[in-house]
Design a protein around this ligand. Structure first.
Ligand SMILES: *Cc1c(COP(=O)(O)O)cnc(C)c1O
Length: 397
């Protein structure tokens, strides 16, 4: 049971729901948190129950008290548009399961050119093999997407902002066109989470999160979630069942535990991220900062309209410099670890280049590009670390 529904008439803001939802103290014998249920077999009390498949839980793959608690919590966080939440063993599995839910052979899919690269690999690989054609579109296309629809276009996949290049698609405009043509809209909402971007309230039918990132928050799990509205949930639920998608109980618990503190962590990532972005924008080594929360960013107006905050992930374009000078920076910084993924408590930096996989748009940033994740360290320490990195870069020019 979701305690946010049976409890008090007290109003519940999102931060409060993160604390109250998915907990049933009585069922938990007084403990604050639900137990981590490791289980496959569920015993039925009578032959009648067995034959009728009667019971709150029937088999481990289909759900446990631990997965139910997490689903209740995400339902409470997403709001009344959310008809169901699916859980997956990784963010990518959440995306692929969703695409398989809404597409069949002969269908056409529209995908934003700035989506997570492995999402493209799935479309170009497995979906193509199964007879689904994909067209990529400019993230800034807006309602111009209408021209790309075909009679068999069934879905549109977007990511706002793209997690390397940070263009901000107008999801509201895209959703309006898609719905008029009977297509579903899928949003990879990993960057903002439902706390800062209310996807399902803004016309999205299925909102996905790589919970590996901010929901987990500690760089210690692989996990994905699929939140769907009433139109899309039956398709997602059926496909999860047919594919046998489920996740391990300890990871489910860590996702649940991460969600409890998501609001305070994200608020800090937002503050520190913006402060670092402004500081970097003023550096002579930096040509441009790609962060929709900055007033100067081309996506700022959409971000302001549709988002209530930013997370700690953004990119910078350096002034032209040879790779060896960029590598000198990377090898000098200590607080910024070099590694993929993000959303944990620690700061990260990587070099990236979208040129090898963009197809609808040309990636020509005009200098080497770095993606930064601003963690929960003190920003003065992070600035000092990057100062040392920039000194090493200048010395290697
Ligand atoms: C990391 C990431 C994913 C994939 O999540 P995994 O848990 O690593 O499979 C999907 N989308 C975005 C935007 C991501 O950053």
């Amino acid at each position: 049971m979701d305690s946010s529904q049976d409890a008090s008439p007290v109003p519940q803001h999102l931060e409060t729901r993160l604390v109250t939802a998915g907990r049933d103290t009585r069922a938990q014998k007084g403990f604050v948190n639900p137990p981590v249920v490791h289980g496959s077999t569920v015993l039925y009390p009578s032959a009648g129950d067995l034959h009728a498949h009667r019971g709150e839980f029937q088999y481990g793959r289909h759900g446990t008290p631990t997965t139910r608690a997490l689903q209740d919590m995400l339902m409470a966080l997403e709001g009344p548009q959310c008809a169901g939440v699916g859980i997956a063993p990784s963010g990518l599995a959440a995306i692929t399961t969703t695409l398989l839910s809404v597409l069949k052979a002969g269908d056409h899919l529209l995908v934003c050119d700035n989506v997570y690269r492995p999402s493209r690999n799935f479309c170009n690989g497995l979906l193509a093999r199964y007879g689904v054609a994909t067209t990529y579109f400019d993230p800034l296309i807006g309602s111009g997407i209408a021209a790309l629809f075909k009679p068999n276009t069934r879905a549109v996949l977007v990511e706002a902002p793209g997690s390397q290049s940070f263009e901000m698609p107008d999801i509201r405009a895209i959703a309006e066109v898609a719905h008029a043509r009977g297509a579903l809209v899928i949003d990879d909402n990993t960057w903002a989470t439902p706390l800062y971007h209310r996807s399902l309230e803004q016309g999205v039918d299925i909102s996905i999160q790589a919970a590996t990132k901010y929901i987990g928050g500690h760089s210690d799990i692989m996990f994905g979630t699929i939140s769907a509205n009433a139109k899309a949930w039956p398709l997602v639920a059926e496909t999860i069942r047919l594919l046998g998608v489920c996740a391990g109980p300890d990871d489910v618990f860590l996702a649940l535990r991460g969600l409890r503190t998501l609001a305070v962590r994200l608020a800090q990532h937002h503050r520190s991220g913006l402060e670092m972005a402004r500081w970097l924008a003023a550096r002579p080594e930096v040509q441009r900062v790609l962060h929709p929360g900055l007033e100067s960013d081309p996506g700022h107006a959409i971000w302001k309209r549709d988002f209530t905050g930013a997370s700690g992930l953004f990119s910078i374009v350096l002034e032209p410099a040879p790779q060896q000078a960029v590598d000198a920076l990377l090898d000098t910084v200590r607080l910024f670890g070099m590694g993929y993924s993000w959303g944990g408590f620690e700061s990260l930096v990587i070099s990236f280049d979208c040129d090898g996989y963009r197809t609808a748009t040309k990636w020509a940033p005009g200098g080497p590009t770095l993606r930064l994740h601003i963690g929960l360290e003190n920003v003065d320490d992070l600035k000092a670390d990057l100062e040392r990195g920039f000194a090493a870069l200048r010395a290697a020019l």
